[in-house]
Design a protein around this ligand. Sequence first.
Ligand code: SAM
Length: 178
Amino acid sequence: MIKFINWVPTRPESIDAFFELAPVSFSDIVYDLGSGDGRLLFAALEKGAGRCVGVDVDRECVTDAREKAKEKGMEDKVCFVHGDATETDLSPASVVLCYMYPSASYALRSQLEEELKPGSRVIMETFPVPGWKPNEIREIEGGKLYLYIMPIEKTEDYDDAINHLDFIPYYEYPEEDG
Ligand SMILES: C[S@@+](CC[C@H](N)C(=O)[O-])C[C@H]1O[C@@H](n2cnc3c(N)ncnc32)[C@H](O)[C@@H]1O
């Protein structure tokens, strides 16, 4: 597994902005790639999403998120998977949230394009997807949210953009069971 970034939680005061940009309803299946303690998905359920899936390489984050889901009585509507976002089938998602460094975009860009259905929405926190033209950008405390609606519109430098990323190094994360 590859860890693109450590756990840095989205600030509580920024969470509502996700669902103002991408309102959710009972028919939505929301994925958070790098779900941390699950806060974005708990908020998605509170805003009316039908089902949520969180994926994280960090086992402690997954354990913490599962415990919080239980405490909130939400465990039948959200599942937290210990795994690598790049090895996850994203095709069921109607909304994808992601707050990881650009090296994650590099790894996920073609997967998102191939697996997400038309009309699915992607929100990237702080780090936009190189080569994708955002449908909307929202300022949040200390950063921005970038909304994309599938199929994405490519920027003129689509092919080059991905090759000119300022790579923030990532590292191999020890393989674990489960
Ligand atoms: C910046 S935190 C964001 C947490 C949460 N989404 C939030 O907004 O509060 C990024 C998370 O991505 C996880 N992560 C890093 N690389 C990953 C990968 N390849 N697959 C899944 N999760 C990953 C980290 O363990 C961390 O919990």
